[in-house]
Design a protein around this ligand. Sequence first.
Ligand SMILES: Cc1cc2nc3c(=O)[nH]c(=O)nc-3n(C[C@H](O)[C@H](O)[C@H](O)COP(=O)(O)O)c2cc1C
Length: 306
Amino acid sequence: MIDLTVDVGGLKLKNPILLASGTVGYGKEIAEFINLKEIGGIVTKSISLKPRAGNLPPRVVETSAGMLNAIGLANVGLEVFIREKIPFLEKLEATIICNIAASSVEEYKICVEELNPIEVIKAFEINVSCPNVKDGGLIFGNNLNSVRQIAAEVRKATEKPVIIKLSPNTADISAFALAAKEEGANAVSAINTLVGASFDIYSRKPKLRNVTGGLSGPAIKPIAIAKVLEISRNVDIPIIGIGGIADWRDAIEFLIAGASAVQLGTINFVNPNAAKEILQGVKNYCEKFNIKKIGELTASYDLNEN
Ligand SMILES: Cc1cc2nc3c(=O)[nH]c(=O)nc-3n(C[C@H](O)[C@H](O)[C@H](O)COP(=O)(O)O)c2cc1C
């Protein structure tokens, strides 16, 4: 028997495969394709205090080996989330991580305070890194002081595990991971999308109304792995690896590079059953290489020259 359980900074998961924020709605959208009880958990779409309509369309465009999105954190807002989405999540018997986005430090704190008593929420993932909003996300994710303040305020609002979702659009991601750790965060997730743009060569107009968007999918995988490795080598904090995972090999690669768990994003749009297939592939790999506990793989890299 392989022990697939992982403990990510106090967040106990039955296995390390999670579904990433923004790619599975509030759970209901994916529940008809996959038994969410079987996977490690799901991260809900970023919630803000007030509902957000997001950016105007077109807000999604396909690119080579990935996609650009400029959804702009469209979401139902805290009140509707609690009233209409939580009851469904409570029935799922899955591990729920609630992702929060805000445009001020105070708003992050209020959201966590309000959601904290809800038992089905097992941890908070704090999105300081959405590249598609002008009133916060990008500025926060690139500003060490803001990330520090957000982590500290959120820490005061809950005893549940706090995961800070980091931006790759910075020169030194481990400085941000260290700041999160110093302010009491239990883990970091890396990475959110990278800023990208695309033009229609005939109209010479940007393909996204927002002009720029967040690049995700297989195109970003090597960057994400480098970021996970960088954090792993410099900061002692559990890491959830995200970025371009499309099959079980990719998931294993992230674990080796330093992740304790992984999240699947864009692949859910291509194959809503991917999490189940990836989980099976990870199990088979462990069996084949006689890995008794999945955690053995985390940061098991060998950087010595042969
Ligand atoms: C359409 C779309 C919407 C997203 N919305 C959010 C969001 O609301 N909050 C968040 O933290 N990340 C959001 N993300 C980022 C993903 O959670 C993930 O970090 C990123 O897509 C990289 O993983 P991937 O390459 O596996 O998709 C979104 C990604 C996509 C593609």
